[in-house]
Design a protein around this ligand. Sequence first.
Ligand code: HEM
Ligand SMILES: *[C@@H]1O[C@H](CO)[C@@H](O)[C@H](O)[C@H]1NC(C)=O
Length: 526
Amino acid sequence: MADYRLHTIFYILTSLLSLAVLHWTVHKVLLSISRSKFKKANNCQPIPKYPNKDPIFGYDYWHALNKAAESRTLLSWLREQYRLYGNTYYARLQTANVISTCDPENLKAMHSTKFKDFAIDSRRKFAFLPLLGAHSVLLANGAAWEHKRAMLKPSFSRSQYTNLPLFERHVGHLIEAVRVENTKKGQVDLAEFFLCLTVDITSELMYGTSIELLTNGNKDLVRDMTQSAEGGHARWLLVFLANIIGNSTFSKSVSKVRNFMKRFVDEAISYRQHSESRSISAKPTARNFEGQQGTEPLDVKGRVIYLQQLSLGTRDRKAILDELTTILFAGRDTTAALLTNLFFVLAHRSDIYDKLRAEISVLDGERPTFEQLKGFNYLQSCLNEALRLYPVIPINTRMAVVDTTLPVGGGPKGQSPIFVSAGTNIAFHVTALHRRKDLWGEDAEDFLPERWEKIQGQGAWMYQPFGGGPRNCPGQHLSLAEAAYTVLRIVQEFSMITGRDSEPWTELIALTCTNANGAKVTLTEA
Ligand code: HEM
Ligand SMILES: *[C@@H]1O[C@H](CO)[C@@H](O)[C@H](O)[C@H]1NC(C)=O
C-alpha cells in the first residue's frame, strides 16, 4: 500500500517536472521564433562582441573594468574598447548582458524616440539607494517618475536661474574665502570651494534657506557628502559583492548626511501645517505647471521653492528626505565638477584666461545683467568646451524593459539596427562620444572654445552633457548660469591665475566625474 502511494507521488512529481520542462522548452522555442521574426522585420544585424573568456559570469570584463577604475583610467580604457570593437558592442558583465555605445543615433533612440522602451536599471538603483532613497527621482521609473518630474519642474523656472543677486551673494562669499586662503598659503585648491558654493546656492534655491557652507565652515558635512558620493560609485562597481564586503565609511557618512537633512524635512512639514492652517489648498497638479500663477506655493519673490512644493504633495517624511537629498547632490557635484575642470584648464592656459578677461572688460568691473551674461559668447564656449572634453556624467546606463532595437551598431560597418532583448543593460559613454574624431574633427582632444563659433545649435545628439529627451537634466539652465556667473566674477577679481599642479587631468568618478587633483592655483589680484 505504502509502496503504491510512493509510486503515485513519484509519478505525479515526474509528470509535473516533465510538463514544466516541456513548457519551458516550448516557451523558449516560441520566443526564439518570434524574436527571429522581430529581428528580420527590423533588419537587425549581429553586433560586435567583446571576446569574453568567461561568457557566463563575465568575470573577465568586470575584472578589466575594475582594474581600469582602480588606476583611474576607466574613461580611457572604455575609449580603447570602442577603438577595438566598434562604437557599439556587446559584453557579458557580472552575469548581465551589456551593450556599450557611443553612437549619437543610439542615444537619440534611447532618450527620445524609443524613450518608453528603456528605464533606469537596477544597478544604479542598487548603488545609490542607501544615499538617495527609494523615492529619489534619479532612481524612479514609470508613473512614479513622471509625477516626481512634474513636481520638480516649477522650481527650475527662469526666475530661479536669472536671479543673479542670489548668485552674487554666494559667489561673493567664495571670492572672500578663496582670497583669504590664497594670501595665507600662496595657493588655493578651488575644487573644495566650488563644492561649498554649489551646496549654498542649491539649498537656497531649492529649500528656501542656504546651508551657507562657505561662511559657517561645516567641514564635516563637506567630507561626508564627498564620501557618500564616492561610496555610491564603489557600490556601482562592486554590485552584489558590495553587500558582502560592506563599507562602514560609506554607511556612516550616508547616515550623517541624511541626519543633517532632517532639519529641512521638519521645515517642509511645518510649512505644510502652516499652509493648512491658512487653508491654502494648493495641491500641485500638472495643469498649473507652465509658470501660471495660482495654486503653486510661491515665496515673496515669486519663486517656487521645491521644499514647499514637495511638502504639499506628500506627508511621507521619508519621501521628502529622499527627494531633498537627491536634489542637493544633483546640484552640488555637477556644477562644482564643471567649474573645477574648467579652472584646471584655465590654470594652464593663460591665453584663454586673457581672452575671457578681454571679453568681459566691457563691464568695467560692474555686475552683468542676465542678458549680458548670456551674451558673452567666449565665456559660454568655454563652459561648452569644458563639458565636452570633461563631461561631468561620463558614464550612464539604462535597461531595456521590452524586446526592442537600437538603430546602429549591427553588421560589418556597424550601420544596421541591432536587436536588444528585454533586460539588456545599455551603457553609454559620453567622453568617448565627445572625443570621436569622425564627429568632432582631428582636434577632438584639444580644448578649443573657438570650435563653438561654428557648431552652435547643431548635432544635438553628438553633444550630450545634459542628456536628452523627457529625462534630460532639468538643472541645465541653472547650472550654466551659475557657472558662467562664477567664472565671470573670478575673472573680474583676479588678473591672472597660475597652475600649481603639473599632473595631467585625472578622473575622479563618484556621482559625477571631476579632476582628482582639483584645481590648485595661485591667484593674482586685478
Ligand atoms: C554641469 C551641471 C550639470 C550636468 C552636466 C548635469 C547632467 C545631468 C544629466 C546627464 C542628467 C540625466 C541623467 C540620466 O538620464 O540618467 C541629469 C539629470 C538630472 N539633473 Fe542634472 N546636471 C547638472 C546640473 C544640475 C543641477 C544644478 C541640478 C539641480 C539643482 C540638476 C538636477 C538634475 C535632476 C533632478 C536630474 C534627474 C532628472 C530625471 O531623472 O528626470 N542637475 N543631469
Ligand atoms: C567605501 O566607501 C568609501 C567612501 O565612503 C570609498 O572611498 C571606498 O572606495 C569604499 N570602499 C569599498 C571597498 O567599497
